[in-house]
Design a binder for this molecule. Sequence first.
Ligand code: XMP
Length: 516
Amino acid sequence: MQEMENRILILDYGSQFTQLIARRVREERVYCEIHSPAVSIDWIREFAPRGIILSGGPSSVYGADAPPFDAAILDLGVPVLGICYGMQLIAQAAGAAVEPGKREYGRAELRIADTSELFHGFDAAEPVTVWASHGDHVDQSPAGFDVLASTRDLPVAAFRRTGSPVFGVQFHPEVAHTPRGDEILSNFTFRICGCEPTWTAGSFIDDHISRIREQVGDAHVICGLSGGVDSSVAAALVHRAIGDQLTCIFVDNGLLRKNEREGVERAFRRHLGAHLVVVDAREQFLNRLEGIEEPEEKRRRIGETFIRVFERAAEDAGRDAKFLVQGTLYPDVIESRSVRGPSAVIKTHHNVGGLPEDLGFELVEPLRELFKDEVRQVGRELGLPEELVGRHPFPGPGLAIRVLGAISEERLAVLREADAIYLEEIRAADLYDDIWQAFAVLLPVRSVGVMGDARTYDNVVALRAVTSRDGMTADWYPFPPDVLGRMSSRIINEVDGVNRVCYDISSKPPATIEWE
Ligand code: XMP
């Protein structure tokens, strides 16, 4: 076997928590990658991980749909940790029965029998809380395995193959409901696998600067800037690598928030010094959206117009670019590798503000290995200001999906003012960084009000603020009532045409973050 790299391989058996395992490992500053369980043993040898984690998964090891598992993984001489379904795979390979059961999750008290290695630092006399799955489980340890821990319902909550570093846990150390789970994972990565905490934003930047230079040589490169975190950090990194060979293109589609275009221009010129072309395509977009109410149709038209405008701008930039920078992040890459395949399309997010593959450019995707929080760290390390790296995500179709129903200049203007006041108050209350995303929505209804002595019949604005780790699930944010009160009275008093403000208290699921 070649010299082992300082990294962990995670094989994804389809658990909704697989990405969390990767995050936890990365938080310990150890590099890891998630791959499909269909990779071959030779591929794993070539990848040369210091350790392998087998994720949980929805299947039963006896099921016809069970993903592939090659038991030779356990004999590569590389430490293995099986989590939940991953543990059942190890047990089955070792000849133990996996007992079927109804899948139920719950907290359990773990009693630890062996506090060396995996449970180093724990106390055998003190049970710890873990979040366990009461689905299929292992009731009896296979021959040649030692039981390391148990719970009331799970006599074999953790085991180890005697004399070799193959471990299994029946619970989920990666979730927040297992409060000391990070210690278990760090025991595995450092103590058992011998990894070093070398994965930092600085090391990532150095490594990628040379990779980018190698990939593009002396060719010209263009980058579509959205003003969001991902494209800004991608541009900054590529600029650090190749300087003036990069041209950034920012399209003003008329669907931006108040002062957004000016803010992006200022931040870019000041902090990046990269060559920036700003295209004013407001009219073109608004014409294409006239009278369109259906959200997916809005997205389709915006996406199509964006491609046309971008192609033209790239041509006009006149530098015969061969490469295109994309801010693709790791969650998108994983999605296409997972055993689950791409999840069902609820909204066609990734097609909007993105570009099709057949545009004739080769792609430079320097953030393909990063999670959002890591992108932010890289941005800070590159010297980008907090106003850029700490920004809330903003969807490609912009305010078009926040003016519900048909879009007009007037309605966009009303929304812009309300949204700006809302964000101003959030910042004034020092709550911006506690929130994943906050925005105002202009509803397609009118409501009756009274102003002075006169009846009004005007617009309703809904305010939305959510906390989330990744946008996949979200909780509504509990603003203090006085903050909500200030937001509402300022919007109603200062924005012409609004006489009512509502606060959206729906979580995702079943609602989504955006209203359209
Ligand atoms: P939902 O509304 O699906 O949003 O809960 C999850 C995250 O995705 C963003 N979003 C989009 N981003 N193009 C984008 O680039 C889109 O069409 C789009 N729709 C939603 C949304 O703002 C949230 O961060």
